[in-house]
Design a protein around this ligand. Structure first.
Ligand code: HEM
Ligand code: HEM
Length: 196
């Protein structure tokens, strides 16, 4: 099979279309449990969560056949690829936990459990996954911008604007790349020496 140098149109639609859904979910967030007294809102939240969950799962099933950094035009250190994979998988887990915990809140609420240990746990998990998703997305975007500065081709394979050009990176970025490569090499040597 020919390895594509850019993400497919479906991958891009999943990636960018999902951001709209995620942003909407974050904007429409509830302030507290008492809002669930509104049966219409409760129903809407449940339907929204199921759609959200299904999209995340379908996207994962579609994307898992493609390798991380598929558009890279340069060799990317193994440790860097590993880090990106960890962030991607963590984002998926977090974006599954967010609607799942929402559904738990709704389920418990429908059963009349509006307070207590179980409901507190579900709300805690919901808040935790929301906060973690912000953090992971920030790390992900910083990583993407850094890769753009290095001109690795990864940005251009997914992002339709501000495409990478062929010019050499800024001297300060070059210095950072050298430092980063040395660090990753040390890490790889350490891991392989532990394996031996
Ligand atoms: C809600 C916000 C975002 C989420 C949840 C997210 C999630 C992901 C995930 C899971 C991947 C791996 C491929 C996949 O499974 O689709 C990915 C790839 C990528 N994302 Fe994002 N992303 C977000 C926003 C952004 C933004 C704002 C940018 C750039 C400014 C960006 C740049 C990239 C790039 C360049 C790749 C390709 C990496 C590769 O080829 O492995 N993402 N994103
Ligand atoms: C059945 C579905 C859902 C229910 C019943 C539900 C319920 C709630 C409740 C009761 C709160 C307030 C928690 C508190 O007392 O602080 C909350 C907060 C929140 N929800 Fe949901 N939710 C659901 C789905 C979702 C989905 C799908 C998203 C995002 C895609 C989402 C995003 C948020 C966010 C960002 C917060 C604020 C968390 C924080 O304060 O840190 N919720 N939700």
């Amino acid at each position: 099979m020919k390895i594509p140098s850019s993400h497919t149109l479906i991958a891009k639609i999943f990636h960018w279309g999902f951001i709209i859904l995620y942003t909407y979910g974050m904007v429409k967030q509830l302030d507290d449990l008492s809002q669930l007294e509104d049966a219409g809102l409760l129903y809407f939240e449940v339907v929204f969560s199921i759609i959200f969950l299904l999209i995340v799962i379908f996207r994962y099933l579609y994307m898992r056949k493609y390798k991380t950094f598929l558009g890279a035009s340069k060799t990317v250190p193994m440790a860097h690829q590993y880090l990106a994979k960890v962030v991607h998988i963590s984002m998926y887990l977090c974006l599954i936990l967010l609607p799942l915990s929402g559904l738990c809140i709704a389920g418990l609420y429908t059963l009349g459990i509006t307070r207590g240990l179980m409901q507190d746990f579900a709300v805690g998990l919901h808040e935790f996954s929301a906060s973690l998703s912000y953090l992971l997305i920030i790390i992900h975007v910083v990583g993407a911008v850094y890769s753009r500065m290095k001109g690795e081709g990864i940005w251009t394979s997914m992002v339709p604007v501000w495409k990478e050009d062929k010019s050499s990176p800024h001297p300060k970025v070059k210095k950072l790349i050298t430092w980063e490569n040395e660090l990753f090499k040390k890490l790889e040597n350490y891991i392989s020496s532990r394996k031996n």
